[in-house]
Ligand binder design. Structure first.
Ligand code: SF4
Ligand code: SF4
Length: 431
């Protein structure tokens, strides 16, 4: 049987009905968390437009969108070619079910979901991308790059598995140079020193607003729910960079005002949790929701649809075209804490730093079924958290909802454990 046969229209109709219903139910749960800042609404609208109203991104007609499948694909290069980057990693269970027919059973749900959207052709944000840039990071993404090319034109780029030596960064510099003519042909725009510098500045403004936003995330009690934060950060994938930045500026002003009024959403003694591990991507945000619905506060995340994507600016030391290209290559690999790299001491260091800065009391380690790179790391994390006396829980999950009750029980017990530990600590301090 031909595995690339187009899904028929009845299937497509059913798909749309189901996927929009699931996305709407998750979005409503985010909206129903109390005290959503007014300036956060446009971010949730972007998720609604993409996954529920099935609209394309609001952008000028002559601007093309280029799909990316990883935070290590530089937005600056795409913007410099006059196009808009759209991050197409998806958390749709409905699309996963379609992708499951085209990808081996043990592959992770994230790549199945991407493949599902490529097959079903029901998501304009996906369908209207003229090109997909796929990084060769883990085995799932590598094989996806090969199979998805038959449905969607794809440019695969090699990410060096090592990043310590200059020679490693050189590999990525060469890959980015190789991407330039591909992007120029696609968009009809030349990437010039001027357009590259403008793009670096534009993305840099988004990173600056993000860094301000992350400062507000550190307050205890919390100024906003972590699930709302994750939805806002997910929305970066589906909004033009400058629009997201302007909106983030407004949100930061609103949070500043909240802080002055001491208008916190969190309560004293609420267990402060960090989530890390495999990507948490809308609509599959069941884990953040469960953590906060069970009484925890998601005070930080170390995931690639969250803080990791926009955490560091490109730092240009030498302002020539080549200098900018090297600065971009360095920014997109060296500080990246994704475990696809061989040496992950930096990841451990970053997590410890976040635990200290965000006053974290417990870590939820998310492993998507089939995601070996994150699963490999769990043991190291468990040992490191043991040294810090921070409880950690490994949560293996998928995109379906069948495990929700079991997860709820485990998360609830984990939060109770943190509370008991905190209580015992305070008691011994009083003695
Ligand atoms: S988990 Fe790593 S490889 Fe996968 S999309 Fe995120 S940063 Fe890229
Ligand atoms: S890093 Fe994990 S979640 Fe991401 S594509 Fe690879 S296996 Fe899937």
């Amino acid at each position: 049987m031909d595995r690339q046969v187009q899904t028929n229209s009845r299937q497509r109709e059913l798909f749309i009905k189901k996927s929009t219903r699931v996305a709407a139910s998750y979005l409503n749960r985010v909206k129903s968390l109390p005290d959503l800042p007014d300036a956060a609404v446009p971010f949730l609208d972007a998720l609604e437009n993409t996954y529920i109203k099935l609209q394309d991104i609001a952008k000028p007609e002559n601007v093309k969108t280029i799909g990316t499948l990883c935070v290590m694909v530089p937005a600056e290069l795409i913007c410099a070619a006059g196009a808009m980057p759209v991050r197409l990693c998806s958390g749709s269970y409905t699309a996963y079910s379609i992708g499951d027919d085209h990808i081996p059973r043990d592959a992770c749900p994230l790549v199945k979901s991407i493949m599902g959207f490529a097959q079903i052709k029901a998501l304009p944000v996906f369908d209207n991308c003229s090109l997909l840039i796929t990084p060769i990071t883990c085995d799932c993404k590598k094989k996806l790059a090969g199979v998805i090319n038959s449905v969607k034109r794809t440019a695969a780029i090699h990410i060096p598995p090592l990043k310590k030596e200059d020679a490693d960064t050189e590999v990525y510099v060469r890959e980015l140079y190789r991407l330039i003519p591909v992007l120029e042909k696609e968009t009809g725009h030349e990437i010039t020193p001027g357009s590259l510098a403008d793009a670096i500045r534009m993305v840099g403004r988004a990173q600056y607003e993000m860094s301000r936003f992350l400062q507000y995330r550190k307050y205890d009690p919390a100024l906003l729910y972590g699930t709302q934060v994750m939805a806002i950060m997910n929305a970066y994938a589906y909004m033009p960079v400058n629009v997201w930045t302007e909106q983030m500026h407004l949100l930061n002003s609103e949070l500043e005002a909240r802080l002055k009024r001491k208008d916190f959403v969190g309560k004293q003694k609420q267990p402060r949790i960090l989530v890390t591990g495999s990507p948490i991507t809308f609509p599959n945000i069941k884990l953040p929701l469960l953590i906060e619905e069970m009484g925890g506060i998601l005070a930080a995340d170390e995931t690639c649809m969250g803080e990791r994507g926009l955490s560091d600016p490109v730092s240009v030391i030498e302002p020539s075209f080549d200098g900018m290209m090297r600065a971009i290559a360095s920014r997109y690999t060296k500080p990246c804490t994704c475990p696809v790299f061989v040496d992950n001491r930096q990841r451990v260091f970053r997590l410890k730093q976040m635990i200290r800065d965000h006053k974290i009391q417990g870590v939820v380690y998310h492993v998507l079924r089939g995601c070996l790179v994150y699963d490999y790391e769990y043991q190291i994390m468990e040992e490191e958290m043991g040294k810090l006396d921070i409880p950690i829980i490994r949560v293996e999950s998928d995109y379906n909802e069948e495990d929700v009750e079991q997860l709820r029980i485990r998360i609830e017990a984990f939060i109770e454990l943190i509370k008991l530990k905190d209580h015992a600590k305070k008691k011994s301090e009083r003695k």
